[in-house]
Design a protein around this ligand. Sequence first.
Ligand SMILES: NC(=O)c1ccc[n+]([C@@H]2O[C@H](COP(=O)([O-])OP(=O)(O)OC[C@H]3O[C@@H](n4cnc5c(N)ncnc54)[C@H](OP(=O)(O)O)[C@@H]3O)[C@@H](O)[C@H]2O)c1
Length: 326
Amino acid sequence: MLRWGLLSTARINRRLIPAIRAAEGAELVAVASRDRARAEAYARQWGIPRAWGNYEALLTDPQVDVVYISLPNSLHAEWTIRAAQQGKHVLCEKPLALSVEQVDRIIDAAESAGVVIAEAVMYLYHPLLQKAQRLVKAGAIGQATLARAAFTFFLDRLHDVRWKPDLGGGSLWDVGSYPVSFIRWMVGEPEEVFGWQTLSAGGVDTAFAGILRYDNGILAHFDSGFRQQFYLQAQVTGTEGTLTLKRPFLMTPESHLVLQRAGEEERVVAGPAQDPYRCEVEALTAAVLDGTPLPVPLDLSRANVATLAALYRSARAGKPEVIPET
Ligand SMILES: NC(=O)c1ccc[n+]([C@@H]2O[C@H](COP(=O)([O-])OP(=O)(O)OC[C@H]3O[C@@H](n4cnc5c(N)ncnc54)[C@H](OP(=O)(O)O)[C@@H]3O)[C@@H](O)[C@H]2O)c1
């Protein structure tokens, strides 16, 4: 049994708390906040046994095995590394970091401490994503030649961390990480990217549109944004068919695949509905307790950060950016 602690009282915790409680081999034991009163009120509200009034205290709590990090994006790398240095396993929210150099320091910290670190890009832990990848690899749509994906919503909270450049705000780092990771999950790593962005007065992208180019001729395009109505898209198309992930990313019970080929349309599921947050908690648990390989290992998180960072560089420079060889 692994004992989990929450690092912050973020809104996203509302998804993780029931998932940790439902998961095999996991137990929720503590929460930390920058503010002691907030930590205590939160612990009472959610029935969490222990509350800490600063983040360090959670990291040195001997009764915590795994730390879930739901801080603003700019703090992910620092607190993931600090948790690893205290011997804690880590599930850190997406994006894992804001630069490849930060991911490399996270990988070093995991290796030195002998702990498991995973990025909480929850939808990739859902069995439908494994199924989608297998279908495309097996040639269900012939040769994949194009991918399309999108995640936009209307961000109406004025003081949200997503509006703040110094906290790693911006639509690409936030919801854009989903379409970009989907494209890479389905068709692999691009050679080159090109992006355009619309900036807010405060300096974060409120819309981002990008293109990924592959040496084998595949092209992919995506968009993300904060000033559009809610819209999700995830699709790969090829010489003989098209595979669409319906209700993608959030992975509700209605999420499923549609395979279109030869004028026929087939609905594909992957067993009973599953909570993607529970899937990621159980994947991390299995990696720690049984050494089971993570479905989303750190090299995939590293490649996602490399692609997102190159897209931002491209948008700033107004020209395509090659993804650096590593
Ligand atoms: N996988 C998913 O489905 C999903 C969905 C939404 C968000 N996320 C990710 O989860 C993370 C948190 O997002 P959220 O929307 O839940 O954030 P949020 O509600 O704004 O919470 C962020 C928390 O970080 C702490 N914090 C520390 N320094 C802060 C600072 N300078 N400014 C503001 N808060 C600070 C605060 O907790 P204390 O005051 O208690 O210390 C705050 O509650 C992001 O990385 C986001 O990308 C993932």
